[in-house]
Design a protein around this ligand. Structure first.
Ligand code: ADP
Length: 475
């Protein structure tokens, strides 16, 4: 309930109490007059009492008091009505703004998609010419083709960023959650970006806690987060600067109670002024002064995307900076606990289905003899096979809103198919199985055949609690 709604609710409650008191007072007055008439024996005696000076003053005062009270109540009623009108017009305004926002997000998404295909063709054509496949090109032609390539790349980045932002805003960014050793995305981003750091003689160091626990996240998207943060650090750090990446355990407080992993990307670059810090995660926000220090122009969307991705991981991101000294971006990610994640996932789906009066199907896809495969062919081979299974499951769901959870360590993929009865889930099951057996997957070089098991439990027909659905779906 909003603050205004609470205020109205409180006023209405008090108003109701006051009207009750008014009514009681009026009833008391009427009862008093009747009693005077009948208790003093005859109406004549009663009339005499009522005619007395003191009684008249009392009755007059009492009536005036009740009238004043009623006047006060009418004013209060008008106040409540005004508040209700304001609330209603605010609601209408919010709804309209939301509609505009959705239209804008859709427009960005459609335009970006439409721009991407022709731009890809242009890029391919320019690449073919630059590569000399259409004949020799001279230095002058090469110079202009390089300019074209640079600008095509800038446009491609902008389009990719716009698409990411529109997906995040529409809640349609698909994340494939799994257990992650954060070393993997960090190392991948460092190797992607090392050349650019070396070009500016910038050193990148990594400090990771020993026995680092696994986190729950999307590996590719976390790589994107690290790459973007390190890229910014390089961009806004002068020659021979330093970038430090640290990963530690973090104990959350208040709303973030629980264990997390905290990642930091710190540089000794130009820093950010306090006024700009507040807006740094806004879309298209770029600090004017920083633009002059870099030859690479960004889109001002990078940090907004990073924030959206981290929040999509139920994490949090913040920045600390001292102008002229350096900047440190910190973010936390929840730790991995397969059982808790499964329970949370199903419980949330139940709450959502209950609130929206809809249904869903829970599906579990498991690689058979997972433990045997691990023992025989090792973790690496088995996880490679698991990754392929996950990809097949991912490609088999056609809708963005379906949820996919990849539990690599347990050899299973969990799906929540929203608004889908058991029969609908069977169609998805068939797609997965067809793809799996068409590709004839095998672990290890010896090509030992592997099978998939699939379990389905539909809510509410086959279970109304998380435990019941999970028990049914375990295969
Ligand atoms: P872009 O880098 O494309 O301009 P971002 O959203 O990634 O967009 O960053 C927004 C702005 O935040 C940048 O333009 C820059 O002014 C500031 N910024 C980001 N990272 C740093 C950093 N490490 N040091 C100083 N300023 C930074």
């Amino acid at each position: 309930m909003s603050k205004k709604e609470n205020q109205i609710h409180e006023l209405e409650r008090r108003d109701w109490q006051l009207w009750t008191i008014t009514l009681i007072l009026l009833l008391a007055l009427a009862a008093f007059i009747i009693l005077v008439f009948f208790y003093w024996g005859t109406p004549e005696v009663g009339e005499r009492i009522l005619d007395s000076y003191e009684m008249n003053v009392f009755l007059l005062g009492f009536t005036a008091f009740i009238l004043l009270f009623c006047g006060y109540m009418v004013v209060k009623e008008m106040e409540i009505k005004n508040l209700k009108d304001t609330l209603m017009s605010n609601r209408i305004r919010i709804e309209t703004l939301k509609e505009f926002d959705e239209m804008k997000t859709d427009l960005i998404s459609v335009v970006s998609h439409e721009l991407r295909s022709p731009l890809t063709s242009v890029k391919n054509a320019v690449d073919i010419i630059t590569g000399g496949k259409t004949g020799e090109i001279n230095d002058n032609q090469k110079k202009f083709l390089d300019i074209a390539t640079r600008n095509i790349n800038r446009l491609m980045t902008l389009i990719a960023d716009l698409l990411d932002v529109s997906k995040i805003e529409a809640g349609k960014m698909k994340l494939i959650f799994t257990c992650i050793d954060l070393n993997e995305p960090v190392d991948a981003s460092i190797s992607t970006i090392r050349q650019r750091a070396e070009a500016k003689n910038i050193t990148i160091s990594k400090e990771v806690m020993c026995d680092m626990p696994l986190v729950h996240g999307d590996k590719d998207k976390l790589e994107q987060v690290f790459t973007n943060l390190i890229d910014n650090a390089i961009k806004f750090t002068k020659e021979s600067g330093e970038i430090r990446i640290t990963i530690k355990e973090f104990l959350g407080e208040g709303a973030d109670t629980g264990k997390f992993i905290k990642c930091s990307v710190e540089d000794n670059g130009i820093g950010i002024q306090p006024d700009d810090l507040e807006r740094i995660f806004d879309r298209f926000y770029q600090v004017e002064k920083s633009l002059s220090t870099t030859t690479r122009q960004g889109t001002g969307l990078g940090l907004a995307i990073i924030k959206g991705l981290i929040e999509g991981h139920k994490g949090k991101i913040w920045v600390e900076s001292e102008y002229g000294i350096g900047t440190k971006f910190n973010f936390i990610l929840p730790l991995y606990n397969s059982q808790r994640i499964l329970t949370d996932l199903v419980d949330n789906a139940i709450i959502n289905a209950r609130d929206n009066k809809t249904i869903f199907s829970l599906m579990m896809v498991r690689l058979e003899s997972f433990d045997y495969l691990k023992k025989t062919y090792g973790n690496k081979e088995t996880f490679k096979l698991m990754d392929q299974v996950c990809r097949i499951v991912f490609d088999s769901i056609r809708r963005d809103r379906d949820t996919l959870e990849y539990q690599r360590l347990d050899g299973r993929v969990i799906l929540i198919l929203h608004d889908t009865p058991h029969e609908g889930a069977l169609v998805v099951e068939k797609r997965i199985m067809d793809q799996f057996y068409k590709n004839r997957f095998a672990a290890g070089k010896k090509t030992s055949k592997t099978n998939l098991s699939l379990g389905i439990a539909a809510y509410p027909d086959e279970g109304t609690t998380g435990d019941a659905l999970i028990e049914k779906v375990m295969v």
